[in-house]
Design a protein around this ligand. Structure first.
Ligand code: GLN
Length: 226
């Protein structure tokens, strides 16, 4: 990774947390998903090889900062705090934090979360924003799916997590639902090392091409059926 790999024909090292379907997840020994496909398409346009490494979500930005990885694509929400540590490409997806509850829960809207036990994935925007809730009792998990399991077991009252993985987890676990009112609206982007404008500009150019050609939408449609 690092400066060398930015040369044409080199290798781009991507880090992600492959516990986040449909953006990144394990399929046998492969890491697949929307981000994996987008990153592959970007690397192709740059004439480079792509290597994907899996790690904890809260290790992704440090890996990019230290140069262990060239970039992270991880359904990562752009926010001001992260912008202090990494540079973000143009955004490539609209996203939201939503609230998952058990069917019949008395929690019907974000305002009802006050004083409730809320499950989140460590270091995610769900974690950050749920922490703003008055009297919120935040329970942190390494994987979003573990937070959802805690909900099914009654150990937490709600889970705050990104909309698309929420849909997948609710489909896989009976008796859960996503509240209509989202908790936040946000956007995803790829993050590179601060000051790596060469890579940032190349990635932005590739993202623009993918958007303009409809290729990006095709990738999304492959993983998300309306
Ligand atoms: N979008 C959320 C964030 O950026 C969660 C991302 C994830 O868990 N991969 O914090």
């Amino acid at each position: 990774a690092g400066a060398e790999s930015s040369a044409a024909g080199g290798k781009l090292v991507m880090v992600t947390n492959a516990e986040f379907p449909p953006y990144e997840y394990h399929d046998n020994n492969d890491i697949v998903g929307i981000d994996a496909d987008i990153a592959k398409a970007i690397a192709d346009k740059m004439g480079m090889e792509l290597e994907i490494q899996d790690m904890a979500f809260d290790s992704l930005i440090p890996a990019v900062q230290s140069g262990k990885a060239d970039f992270t694509a991880a359904g990562m929400t752009v926010n001001e705090d992260r912008k202090k540590n990494v540079d973000f490409t143009d955004t490539y997806a609209q996203a939201a934090q939503v609230i998952i509850v058990k069917d019949g829960s008395e929690i019907k809207a974000p305002a009802d979360l006050d004083g409730k036990k809320i499950g989140v994935q460590t270091g995610t925007t769900g974690d950050i924003y749920a922490g703003d809730i008055k009297d919120g009792n935040i329970q942190r998990f390494n994987k979003g799916m573990e937070a959802v399991m805690a909900l099914t077991q009654g150990k937490v009252d709600a889970v705050v997590i990104d909309r698309e993985p929420a849909k997948v987890f609710v489909k896989e676990n009976a008796g859960l639902k996503i509240l209509d009112e989202a908790f936040t609206e946000e956007e995803y982007a790829i993050a590179v090392k601060k000051g790596n404008t060469e890579l940032l500009e190349k990635m932005n150019a590739a993202i623009k091409e993918l958007k303009d050609s409809g290729e990006l939408q095709k990738i999304v449609d492959k993983y998300i059926t309306a």
